[in-house]
Design a protein around this ligand. Structure first.
Ligand code: NAD
Length: 483
């Protein structure tokens, strides 16, 4: 399955150009050059997608879970069979190392379809008998046409994380991937056609957030919005969708803490902390960007982290030795670099990195930044309060458990926290008090698709994953029968 130069929308089962005929540039971030074009869709394209989805809904919602299971499994098979093509496309679009696309992004996209294809076979609803009088049972019915909007950092991985449960539950979908990484969503459309997904069940509209995305959010026939992206965008979506009483799932930004106690397994902690700091260039919502270390371990940790960060190879996403590829766009690179300048202005000391990496040849225009470690900043400064979403971490010592908790909970975000300690009582005690949707103890990114996934505070509203996703994408109806 080869990517094309001109990406098309997927509406009513067909690959079609945008209604306006207008296209946007799609840039390869490792070279800084335009390499393909995507539809600059508008409300007209969304209207057509919604009409197709509405038409498809009666049959798809009633065709039975067996049939939905079979078709979604076939989509998973096709992604698996085309792993190399999907992985190459993802790395060109996003700038991430091919090894990561091959081992993480695309296998997970395939797993999302397989997981929800089988989940729907087991999804059941409750009954509440009133002894001798009546029985209540809950019908869980698909909502209708739903909107799924996803970001660029894990493109196909997060796109399918929404689409698969929505379809499995019997909804028809109008979806928009990020305009920065549209290619694998386009390839997914081809996979859906090959798998025999009935036309109109899934519609993929490409384009800009404030235009195509906003048209999805404000369309009155779209009854639920599942969104992953920045907190500000989440606020804008809620402003439009909440007064329309749409069901909303918002998975937003983070500023995640790693709390490291001196009694931890140092070697394992170092391996995972390096990953949680710089995997995917720090462009994973779950990456730890504020690292708090118990004072007796602080200097040893700092020296080791800096040594390992300097050792990471930044460069060609297609080289086997590359650890960090390019950042997703020039604008994002400039944002990350501006936060590093801000950190210096706020009194931070740059221990390593801190600069753009200029490569030669084909990669001369690429958006590469060296992994950056900063120390000496207080909790309250902007560097420690705002999401940077790049290969940048701050480190700070702490003395007591209470202080660690206060630091960890001390931002407006609440997505994920990581805790390193061998003291099991402390681990449980702190897990209870950490204000985050996910708490990892002695690990990072240990994911299980059955668990509730999402954040507290400004990191979002609602949970994805497992039954939570199927509950979100269904409407519960209480039926009461008196006898
Ligand atoms: P973004 O908010 O800029 O864009 C996300 C998506 O929303 C894109 O498809 C975009 O086109 C669309 N969009 C933008 N404005 C819109 C509008 N007004 N109406 C409708 N859609 C609109 O985010 P991004 O820069 O693509 O992604 C990075 C952000 O995503 C970071 O903040 C990161 O933490 C967050 N993220 C969160 C999670 C999570 O699960 N909590 C996972 C991954 C990324």
């Amino acid at each position: 399955m080869r990517p094309d130069k001109y990406i098309k929308n997927y509406i009513d089962g067909a690959l079609v150009p945008p209604a306006s005929g207008q296209y946007l540039d799609n840039v390869n971030p490792a070279t800084g050059k335009v390499y393909s074009w995507l539809p600059d869709s508008d409300a007209e394209d969304v209207e057509r997608a919604v009409a197709a989805a509405k038409k498809a809904f009666p049959e798809w919602s009633r065709c039975g879970v067996e049939r939905r299971f079979r078709i979604l499994s076939r989509i998973a098979d096709i992604i698996e069979q085309n792993l190399d093509d999907f992985a190459r496309a993802e790395s060109i679009d996003n700038g991430k190392p091919l090894a990561m696309s091959r081992s993480v992004d695309i296998p997970r996209a395939q797993a999302n379809f397989r997981f929800f294809a089988t989940s729907i076979l087991h999804f059941a609803s409750e009954a509440h008998p009133v002894e001798g009088r009546a029985i209540n049972y809950t019908l869980r019915q698909p909502i209708g046409v739903v909107g799924c909007i996803s970001p660029w950092n894990l493109p196909l991985y997060l796109f399918t994380w929404k689409i698969a449960p929505a379809l499995a539950a019997g909804n028809c979908v109008v979806a928009k991937p990020s305009e920065l990484t549209p290619m694998t969503a386009y390839m997914l459309a081809k996979a859906c056609i090959e798998a025999g997904l009935p036309k109109g069940v899934l519609n993929i509209v490409h384009g800009l957030g404030p235009k195509a995305g906003q048209a999805i959010v404000e369309h009155p026939e779209i009854k639920a919005i599942s969104f992953t992206g920045g907190t500000k965008t989440g606020q804008a979506i809620a402003r439009t969708a909440a007064p329309m009483f749409k069901k909303l799932s918002l998975e937003l930004g983070g500023k995640n803490p790693n709390i490291i106690f001196a009694d931890c397994d140092f070697d394992q902690m170092m391996v995972d902390t390096l990953r949680s700091s710089f995997s995917n260039n720090g462009q994973i919502c779950l990456c730890g960007s504020r690292i708090y270390v118990e004072r007796p371990l602080y200097e040893r940790f700092r020296d080791e982290l800096v040594k390992r960060a300097q050792f990471l190879k930044v460069g060609d996403p297609f080289s086997q030795v590359t650890d960090l590829g390019a950042l997703v766009s020039e604008a994002h690179m400039e944002k990350v670099l501006s936060y590093i300048s801000l950190a210096e202005m706020e009194g931070g000391k740059i221990l390593c990195g801190g600069k753009r990496l200029e490569l030669e040849g084909e990669l001369a225009g690429g958006y590469f930044v060296r992994p950056t470690v900063i120390e000496g900043l207080p909790l309250e400064c902007r560097t420690n309060q705002e999401e940077i979403f790049g290969p940048v971490v701050t480190i700070q010592p702490f003395d007591t458990e209470e202080e660690a908790l206060q630091l960890a909970n001390g931002t407006g975000y609440g997505l994920a926290a990581t805790l390193w300690t061998q003291d099991i009582s402390r681990a449980h005690r702190m897990a209870e008090q950490l204000e985050f949707g996910i708490v990892w103890i002695n690990c990072w990114m240990e994911r299980d698709l059955r668990t509730p996934f999402g954040g507290m505070k400004s990191s979002g509203v609602g949970r994805e994953g497992g039954w939570e996703a199927l509950r979100f994408f269904t409407e519960p109806k209480n039926v009461c029968v008196k006898y």
